[in-house]
Design a binder for this molecule. Structure first.
Ligand code: ADE
Length: 242
């Protein structure tokens, strides 16, 4: 059982996702617990505001540290939890980080919004995570991204073989896949997949994964163990380009 607490000013952005599809089923099965906490409820002023002008000037409003911190310490067991802040200034999220996080029992994700958060929130955060080099309007989509990537690695959430062959687990991108019909709009399924020859099919899948990775993410090839045969195939691909 993995428990998530999401601290946000926009609970409705989170609710739709965690009440759909695989996350919904995992919650119903008791594999995941997801709590959504609106930290506006922890505002201490009479207008319920949670943001303020930045010291030293600058554009826009910042989220104050107090309501977010008060909401955090209201969570039972928060001291032992892994506390994440979503921010474009964080470490860029990847599959290995998802694998490491999936070993936790309790993860708290704090979502920023507007121009940012009073930097003193970092006194209460274990990890600052960005989901990529672009800026979103808030941390809710990043929180959902992290939660979804982690949740599907929890045993029982999806079938075990779904996670082994897929992109990033092997270090290569996934080979292309096909389902019926055999011909669509003149486009055929590769002949080899209909051959029934399992060894050849496995070889083809591996080559296609190499080809896809070479085309889309050549940077990943530096991080995987390649055989002499793999290198020969990559050389061939390179030659065909020129
Ligand atoms: N908040 C705004 N943009 C973000 C990003 N790319 N990653 C994490 N949090 C964010």
């Amino acid at each position: 059982m993995l428990r998530f607490d999401i601290l946000t000013l926009f609970p409705e952005m989170i609710e739709g996702v965690v009440n759909s599809s695989i996350l919904k089923r995992a919650r119903e099965k008791g594999l995941l617990e997801i709590n959504i906490i609106d930290f506006r409820l922890f505002s201490t002023n009479k207008h319920n505001t949670v943001d303020d002008y930045a010291y030293g000037g600058g554009a826009g409003m910042l989220i104050s540290v107090e309501p977010l911190h008060k909401a955090l310490v209201s969570i039972p067991g928060y001291e032992q939890a892994t506390k994440i802040l979503t921010t474009p200034s964080g470490k860029v999220f990847n599959q290995q980080m998802a694998i490491d996080l999936s070993k936790n029992e309790h993860i708290i994700i704090m979502c920023g919004h507007y121009e940012g958060i009073d930097n003193r929130i970092l006194n209460y955060v274990d990890e600052e995570i960005s989901i990529g080099d672009y800026v979103l309007t808030g941390g809710e989509i990043p929180a959902l991204t992290i939660m979804d990537a982690v949740a599907r690695l929890v045993k029982g959430v999806i079938s075990d073989d779904s996670t082994v062959q897929e992109s990033f687990m092997s270090g290569l991108l996934e080979y292309p896949q096909y389902t019926r019909p055999q011909v669509y709009d003149g486009h055929s399924v590769p002949e080899i997949l209909l051959s029934g020859h399992h060894a050849n099919i496995e070889k083809w899948k591996h080559k296609e994964a190499l080809k896809k990775t070479y085309k889309m993410r050549p940077d990943l090839l530096d991080k995987v163990a390649l055989t002499a045969e793999d290198y020969a195939y990559l050389k061939e691909l390179e030659k065909n380009e020129n």
